[in-house]
Write a protein that binds this ligand. Sequence first.
Ligand code: NAI
Length: 336
Amino acid sequence: MKIAFFSSKSYDQEYFNKVNDNFGHTLSFFETRLNSRTVSLAKDHDAICAFVNDKINDHTLREMKNEGINALALRCAGFNNVDLNAAEKYGIKVMRVPAYSPQAVAEHALALILTLNRKTHKAYNRVREGNFSLERLTGFNLSNKTIGVIGTGAIGRAFIHLVKGFNAKIVAYDPYPNEMLKKQGVEYLSLNDLLSRSDVTSLHCPLTHDTFHIINKQSLQNIKEGAMLINTSRGKLIDTDAVIDSLKEKRLGYLGIDVYAEEEKLFFKDLSEMIIDDDKIARLMQFPNVLVTAHQGFLTREALEQIASTTLQNLTDFENGVINENHVSARNVKTA
Ligand code: NAI
């Protein structure tokens, strides 16, 4: 198949080219984002491969259809950026990579927690400048703390497995509780109870109508004072204005985010010589107790290999007329 990649980076090219030795597709890589105007780059291709911030709305899908392209392979787990109803209307099959190394994202969530808590990012800079002072570097033990997990799917479970090692109490919120986790001592609570009891809350649910702004002004009023909030899932799970207010009020104690509501304009680009035209992220980055990474939770060698092989297998299956379990449609999306 001839596959056009959008939003591609050097690491996509490296891993897809390597894994494609086993598949034999023809790959074209475009750095530009996918939208209704850029679809035409995929002219003469059989499929499009897209990523998290590509805008795949009705207009984009209609243009794909006009180019005769019937397959959209997402090289990610989330599919909130695709209008699935429109895909169905135009007969375009959408495939994703539901679970590639959930450990990669879980381990990144843990990295955010440990960095924010023990301030290793600040210590690194201090020591390089000959400042060996420990003032203002005090953290807290995770041992015997309560860690709240919102969404106990593949990544949430991998995260729980990791934080269990800290001898922490684990509580969870998910409309579909996991019986195995319950047997292992994970206590499922209401969202408000989880927020009020947890010293650290980590978001691992998808972005749906039900989870949009699941962390908002009202839920932040319930959050334990001084608690840490971690989001490695999707930016719009959090109402950014409400979180900024809560940080200013010193209610929320720490914020670690790998995703941001308006990340399409910023993430995956080098803007170091530019004026950042987003006052909210500028405000967030100014807090000493906020850590922002630019959607790198998936970025491990193991995850990149798995993403490439599942994506190419999805397209090989499509080519052979097989609709495999990685197909997503408006009908098979599970929402709360
Ligand atoms: P999953 O589908 O295995 O698990 C999601 C869980 O969330 C399920 O147990 C589901 O029941 C639960 N859930 C659904 N609605 C909920 C609600 N209203 N409240 C609480 N929980 C709810 O998905 P997986 O693989 O664990 O991924 C989770 C999310 O992580 C993805 O949707 C994606 O947005 C994000 N992600 C981020 C990456 C990064 O690089 N930062 C990479 C990969 C995924």
